[in-house]
Design a binder for this molecule. Structure first.
Ligand code: NAD
Ligand code: IPM
Ligand code: MN
Length: 367
């Protein structure tokens, strides 16, 4: 089967970290005989600059036809004043919505070499391996009515939290399936104490569990308490399933448990395509980091690990993904650090390119 991959580097540090992913893709081609049919297009502010839209219809069609999409990041201060409909972030949201990528997997794994680096104590995060499953195509991000309206003499901003039971059921199934392949535990987070959509969320997750996954251990938690528990004792969790907005926030919290936003990858998965592979988009959790763009400080690991998730979930190459993760582990254990992973007293940081080169060298040494 061919392996088609659409790369959308995007804005800010997106192209910088993607250049390092390219080295890794080339390595798998040259050394492991896994050829990728790679094409590239624009998304975000750079697409707006070139075409007046954050995602052209042609790029959208390409995304629909490939085995996997790999995205860098979108956005930046240059585009903050643009009309809402053409903001860079709209390009990413269009991809997620039109590809129907309802299940967003955001793992938070603590690499041993970074256990000292987190702002939390080593015993709290050492060996941490949790998976946040964020619903990605509905909820307050997409609910109607929405907009800024005039009400009498003042403006009112409206967004709507809306979930159908079908939308909750399918992401719940995705979480239960993942849990079965891990430590068999799911914690579902909502705010059923204040939101009707939260009550429905809790009920549907429980129903799917009782009918189809009674073997998986299920618990429910209010999302605010969940944030607190993530910081207090994150190792109590295995899989967390939650809605679009809570998942956005909780996954940023989880990212910092592991040391840096520059470390956290993600996979956004939809229904299986004709070839049996899921519709899929892979991207780091971090954004375009305009504050460090062009300085060589960007950590490419989140984006490289996102490619690793593509190997695992789209291309059926779990062992190759393991190889890549072990190479990153080795590089970190050897003390190679980009600026975001430095502590007081550390020597000069590695640049983005030096980190990419070190990972390729570790891959070379491993086979
Ligand atoms: P951000 O993730 O871009 O940056 C937050 C902080 O983390 C910054 O200090 C940044 O320097 C640091 N950081 C992020 N990634 C890093 C990396 N790989 N290596 C080292 N340091 C890293 O979030 P923000 O500043 O809130 O947003 C900036 C822009 O990015 C906004 O326009 C936002 O909408 C967009 N954004 C895009 C995505 C995406 O494309 N998926 C995600 C989040 C934010
Ligand atoms: C993320 C980002 C996006 C989101 C933005 C850029 C649309 O924060 O992927 O976490 O809010 O989903
Ligand atoms: Mn986010």
């Amino acid at each position: 089967m061919s392996n088609s991959l659409l790369i959308l580097p995007g804005d800010g540090i997106g192209p910088e970290v993607m250049a390092e992913v390219r080295k890794v893709i080339d390595w798998f081609g040259a050394r492991r005989g896994i050829a990728f049919d790679v094409s590239e297009d624009l998304v975000g502010g750079c697409a707006y600059d070139a075409h007046g839209t954050p995602l052209t219809d042609a790029a959208m069609e390409k995304a629909q036809s490939v085995d996997a999409v790999l995205l860098g990041a979108v956005g930046g201060p240059k585009y903050d004043k643009l009309d809402f409909s053409v903001k860079p972030e709209r390009g990413l949201l269009r991809l997620r919505k039109e590809m129907d990528l309802f299940s967003n997997l955001r793992p938070a794994v603590c690499f041993d070499a970074l256990a000292d680096f987190s702002s939390l104590k080593k015993e709290v995060i050492g060996g941490l391996d949790i998976m946040i499953v964020r619903e990605l195509t509905s909820g307050v991000y997409f609910g109607e009515p929405r907009g800024v309206f005039k009400e009498g003499n003042e403006r009112v901003g409206i967004n709507t939290q809306r979930y159908t039971e079908g939308e909750i059921a399918r992401v719940a199934r995705s979480a239960f399936e993942l849990a079965r392949a891990r430590n068999n535990k799911v914690c579902s987070m909502e705010k059923a104490n204040v939101m009707e959509s939260g009550i429905l969320w809790r009920d549907v997750v429980q129903e799917i569990h009782d009918a189809e996954y009674p073997d998986v251990e299920l618990s429910h938690m209010y999302a605010d308490a969940g944030g607190m528990q993530l910081v207090r004792w994150p190792k109590q969790f295995d899989v967390i399933v939650t809605d679009n907005l809570f998942g956005d926030m909780l996954s940023d919290v989880a990212a910092m448990l592991t040391g840096s936003l520059g470390m956290l990858p993600s996979a956004s998965l939809g229904a299986p395509m004709a070839n049996g592979r899921p519709k899929a988009l892979y991207e780091p959790v971090h954004g375009s980091a305009p504050d460090i763009m062009g300085t060589g400080k960007a950590n490419p690991i989140a984006c490289i690990l996102s490619f690793g998730m593509a190997l695992r979930y789209s291309f059926g190459k779990g062992e190759e993904a393991d190889l890549l993760e072990r190479a990153i582990d080795k590089v970190l254990a050897d003390g190679v650090r980009t600026a975001d992973l430095m502590q007081a007293g550390d020597k000069t940081p590695a640049t983005t390119a030096e980190m990419g080169d070190a990972i390729v060298a570790a891959l070379d040494a491993s086979v």
